[in-house]
Ligand binder design. Structure first.
Ligand code: EPZ
Length: 418
């Protein structure tokens, strides 16, 4: 196992380039199952979850080849399933469900169990497929889906689901007739997938709004696609500048997708200006305590909550951070407290009383964004922070410690004996 060793207390200065979005790339890779042929995908980040998705595609029968871009060839299928071994390492494996049912009318996907951030069921994905004519059975931990006739349907999600919206969009593009998704997710990753499906010949209207209408077509044709920038990495970098009192120019910055975060960070006292696709971010002294509540896009992203909490832990004043998307997404709190943060949790609400400074400590990553928050805390803390279980970080951030090191951070990856 590896760990990160961070000598904190140094402002970051320099230029970083944001990688392609993990959460846009995952469904877009899965969507190549919808069209036979060779798919060239650009700006795919090289990270562990993408590796897992590529292995899953290979298991299903696709061939994958990495160069500057990722090429996926989908000329044959040798399996219709997402096996437990892959799903248990990455829930987003369920994203093959929609394309398999759309293309082959059958799928067998291991039911994801709960994970570090919550129970995370997929009941809404399954209910929607049922409404489209699929029969669903649960056998030995797998969901088996079979649709003799996959047809359009009027679907209302009772809460916003990102991968649920993506799965149903992918099933519906090759279904008979029209599917309408009400209360659809409006996340930019949904829009990127819709844009790609449309380029391949699908008819998808309204992505980015809360009502998406899909008219089924007979077949799709592969088309190249360039994945959008990772808004969560970009936001994490903004807060690296903020929490260390440093200054970063962030290239490939997806400003339109980060309006809520940028507003809150400016309220907290950061200076952020955007010119073209570059953001210039500067942190001053301690930020002001700012309240946020996570919400589906365009609200405050749950994937930025942990990092924001690290920043607020050194605020002047108190910040109330409410998590409304996942029931268990405060696993970073006890670790931040080991570094001297003063945080009290009551259900989905964290009350963060800012302290003058954090102190380095050995800490443990529990999930992807929790790891990022501990990296930020370590950069700001006095002394040495050792962050263990960084395989969580490697699932979703491409070269993060190299990027930070290039901006003056003292952060190193070391073998961990434990
Ligand atoms: C996506 O997860 C992202 N993953 C998550 O990114 C992100 O945190 C989340 O959306 C919310 O923005 C990918 O895009 C691959 P949901 P997803 O379905 O789609 C409940 C990261 O760090 N729900 O929108 O799985 C669910 O339990 C991550 O990169 C049901 O009850 O999330 C949650 O409370 C982690 N039944 C809420 O809805 C369902 O059938 C929203 O989850 C589906 C979801």
């Amino acid at each position: 196992m590896e760990k990160l060793v961070i000598q904190g207390g140094r402002p970051v200065h320099g230029t970083v380039k944001v990688s392609g979005s993990k959460n846009a790339a995952l469904p877009i890779i899965a969507s190549s199952l919808l069209a036979a042929g060779s798919h060239t995908l650009h700006n795919i980040p090289r990270l562990r979850d993408i590796g897992t998705m590529v292995r899953l595609m290979e298991h299903i029968g696709a061939e994958a080849e990495w160069g500057d871009s990722l090429t996926i060839r989908t000329n044959r299928f040798s399996a219709i399933e997402a096996p437990y071994d892959l799903v248990k390492t990455m829930r987003a494996s369920v994203l093959v469900l929609g394309p398999l049912v759309g293309q082959l009318r059958r799928a067998r996907v291991s039911l994801p169990g709960g994970c570090a951030i919550g129970a995370r069921p997929i009941d809404m994905h399954l209910k929607a497929l049922e409404a489209m004519g699929a029969k669903i059975e649960l056998k030995e931990g797998y969901v088996e889906v079979f649709a003799r006739h996959l047809h359009g349907a009027d679907i209302t999600f009772n809460r916003v689901t990102v991968t649920g919206t993506e799965n149903i969009m992918m099933a519906a593009v090759l279904a008979d007739g029209t599917t309408t998704i009400h209360n659809a997710a409006r996340e930019p990753e949904v829009v990127d997938l819709a844009d790609h499906l449309v380029a391949m010949g699908a008819v998808v209207e309204g992505a980015g709004g809360d009502r998406i209408v899909i008219h089924g077509v007979d077949e799709l044709t592969p088309k190249p696609h360039t994945v959008i920038s990772d808004r969560i990495e970009a936001g994490t970098m903004l807060m690296a500048a903020g929490i260390t009192g440093g200054e970063l120019s962030i290239e490939n910055f997806p400003a339109a997708m980060l309006e809520t975060l940028v507003t809150r960070l400016k309220d907290a006292g950061m200076s952020i200006t955007v010119e073209g696709n570059v953001a210039h971010a500067r942190g001053g002294g301690r930020p002001r305590g700012i309240n946020v509540a996570t919400a589906p896009h365009p609200g405050f992203a749950t994937d930025l909550q942990a990092q924001f909490m690290a920043y607020m832990s050194i605020a002047n004043g108190t910040s109330i951070i409410t998590e409304t998307i996942f029931e268990n997404r405060f696993m970073h709190v006890p670790e931040l407290m080991r570094m001297g943060a003063d945080i009290a949790i009551d259900g989905g609400i964290a009350v963060v009383k800012g302290v003058a400074s954090l102190k380095g400590a050995p800490v443990m990553a529990t999930d992807l964004r929790a790891s990022a928050s501990l990296v930020l805390a370590g950069l700001a803390a006095e002394g040495t922070t050792e962050l263990r279980r960084i395989y969580h970080l490697d699932r979703g951030y491409e070269r993060i410690e190299a990027k930070l090191r290039e901006c003056g951070a003292r952060i190193e990856r070391q073998e961990d004996a434990e």
